[in-house]
Write a protein that binds this ligand. Structure first.
Ligand code: NAP
Ligand code: G4F
Length: 344
């Protein structure tokens, strides 16, 4: 039985990865941050099967402790300040967690068990102002946010510890992946949650920023399989994980509304662009508050290497992903309304 340690276990990816590793018979250890209210986030439903350790990516002592307690054979470093917009508001915190935090966990591995295999959650945000289409493992990086810059450090230090100390370290350059457990600040979940609210009559309008941004969106459940596969190879390496498809935020909005039977037509330009339903009611507006100081306009990845070398294949289509998110949000919003009704 192998031991795995997951940082960021209560986040979106951490929860799907924990489920996968439990299915495979691993002893799963997960790092939680101490909060005033105990909160297991996305692993509430499997909390009894996980060994939790309180630690923080910015505290190397706590990570050494986590390595000692878990006796991990594999470490998956998913912890991050992962919201790009926040990285302009909290650039130092983002760097401390997403950049130096990676060195902290690598040092903890070196100190406690240098044979332990390591996965780093790198990101397509490192491509930023893209230098090639599609982006693959050889595309030069050009990050566009403090988050992207911090993650690029994490990416290179992971490679450097492989080359400097012979550690088994892999970086997964993952393109956007979403799902029912995605945080509501990210655009896909913000859309599906608000569409459900509009459908159920408890919201009037969806306000968004840049509708032209294009992303390569897959489902988190598929992407955590690639993480595991990387650590099962004979040699450590870096891999792009993507779908090879790209869509605008505007297209995502249209498809999400279609799933609840509402047809949206966009008209106007820039900040005056609106999305109206068939009766002419404005359901989508642009709010400049959601524009970013620098934007990543287009992401589309090539998963060719991951497919060929890891045998990885995406199983959840874009359409199914949106469907699952909408279904879940209709259920959650419906439950919220019912509970509020009972209280009154
Ligand atoms: P997420 O839902 O935001 O989860 C992030 C996790 O990191 C949470 O469990 C959070 O714990 C934890 N964390 C934050 N700061 C920490 C700290 N100082 N010490 C310990 N834990 C800390 O993110 P996700 O979508 O699952 O993404 C997982 C990883 O993949 C992240 O590193 C992200 O940057 C990267 N990534 C994501 C995508 C994507 O599209 N989802 C694409 C490429 C790369 P709290 O609950 O305590 O905040
Ligand atoms: O959903 P987003 O916030 O995700 P973003 O910035 O692409 O970052 C996500 O994917 C990265 C991988 O490429 C991860 F590394 C990162 O951790 C995170 O998971 O924004 C997507 C796009 C952006 O272009 C943004 O400007 O949607 C645009 N957008 C338009 N209106 C909006 C909104 N984004 C958000 N969050 N909220 C809006 O109202």
């Amino acid at each position: 039985m192998k031991n795995a340690l997951i940082t960021g276990i209560n986040g979106q990816d951490g929860s799907f990865l924990a489920e996968l590793l439990l299915e495979k018979g691993y002893n799963v250890y997960g790092i939680l941050r101490r909060k005033s209210v105990v909160d297991y986030g996305n692993v509430e439903h499997i909390k009894d099967k996980i060994n939790f350790i309180y630690a923080d990516m910015t505290d190397v002592v706590s990570l050494i402790n986590a390595m000692k307690i878990s006796q991990a054979d594999e470490v998956y470093n998913l912890a991050a300040q992962s919201f790009v917009a926040t990285s302009w508001e909290q650039p130092i915190l983002t760097a401390n967690i997403d950049a130096l935090g990676v060195t902290n966990i690598l040092e903890a591995i070196r100190f406690v068990n240098p044979k332990c295999r390591f996965y780093q959650a790198s990101t397509s945000e490192m491509f930023g102002k893209v230098q090639a289409i599609p982006q693959d493992e050889n595309t030069p990086f050009y990050p566009r946010s403090p988050y992207g810059v911090a993650k690029l450090y994490g990416h290179w230090i992971t490679k450097n510890y492989r080359e400097s100390f012979g550690l088994f370290t892999c970086s997964g350059i993952l393109f956007n992946h979403e799902g029912e457990r995605r945080g509501k600040e990210f655009v896909t979940r913000k859309i599906t949650d608000t569409v459900a609210r509009i459908k159920l009559g408890v919201a009037d309008v969806l306000e968004l920023g840049n509708l032209d941004a294009k992303r390569d969106w897959g489902h988190s459940k598929d992407y955590v399989k690639a993480m595991w596969l990387m650590l099962q190879q004979d040699e450590p390496d870096d891999y792009v994980v993507a779908t090879g498809e790209t869509r605008t935020v505007r297209e995502f909005v249209k498809i999400a509304f279609e799933k609840v039977g509402i047809k949206i037509e966009f008209s106007g330009e820039g900040v005056d662009e609106v999305g109206k339903d068939e009766s002419g009611r404005v359901l989508v507006k642009v709010n400049p508050k959601f524009f970013r100081p620098a934007e990543v306009e287009l992401l589309i990845g090539s998963p060719a290497k991951a497919e060929e070398k890891l045998g990885w294949k995406r199983e959840i289509s874009f359409d199914e992903m949106v469907e699952r998110m909408i279904e879940k949000d209709l259920y959650l919003v419906g439950r919220e309304i019912a509970l509020a009704g009972k209280k009154n």
